[in-house]
Design a binder for this molecule. Structure first.
Ligand code: COA
Length: 154
């Protein structure tokens, strides 16, 4: 399946809500469930770092998003850039879209001078954990129901 990656924009709000809801259907304990909250989250991500927010499209239809943050302050490690979110719509998973989104995010954060990438994943979100591990992320500290995943991009 061929897909294109471009920067996300405010007009993607509606598509983000749909992709996000579909991606987290079975993992709701780690996600916003109210439409109002998902919209607010989208706007927050875009405001944090619009240049690091990407969308994957199949025939002009948004099917995946990744939101990085080159301005996030990691208190204990300033060489670490952050990925806040990655979602691929159900029905489009397992086709390499998530992997490509992560590669684009890593390239972006590397270009901003970061040497590592960190993100949080739900402890019972085994599928996402396997996905990250496959892409070179290592399990770190646990904080409540969240697990830190870290990758060196030097
Ligand atoms: C996690 C997620 C983004 C993966 O996206 P995807 O497009 O299906 O991933 P890809 O097809 O690019 O897979 C990349 C690699 O990870 C592996 N992988 C993906 N999902 C996997 C799974 N459930 N179990 C084992 N391996 C998996 C693939 O086999 C692939 O390996 P390969 O390159 O050797 O073939 C997607 O499943 C998703 O949106 N999940 C729900 C939302 C979520 O949990 N987001 C993360 C929040 S922290």
């Amino acid at each position: 399946m061929s897909f294109k990656i471009r920067k996300a924009k405010i007009d993607d709000l509606k598509a983000f809500v749909e992709v996000y809801k579909s991606a987290y259907q079975k993992m709701q304990e780690y996600a916003y469930t109210k439409e109002k909250d998902i919209k607010h989250y989208f706007k927050w991500l875009l405001k944090r770092d619009a240049n690091g927010f990407f969308v994957a499209e199949v025939e002009e239809k948004p099917v995946g998003f990744i939101a990085c943050d080159a301005y996030w302050h990691n208190f204990f490690d300033e060489s670490m850039g952050e990925i806040h979110e990655i979602v691929v719509e159900k029905g489009y998973t397992g086709k390499g879209i998530g992997k490509k989104l992560i590669e684009v995010a890593e390239e972006y954060l590397k270009g901003r001078g970061y040497k590592k990438i960190g993100l949080w994943v739900g402890e019972k979100n085994h599928e996402a954990k396997k996905f990250y591990e496959k892409l070179g992320y290592k399990e770190g500290e646990k904080f409540g129901k969240w697990i830190r995943m870290i990758k060196s991009i030097e």
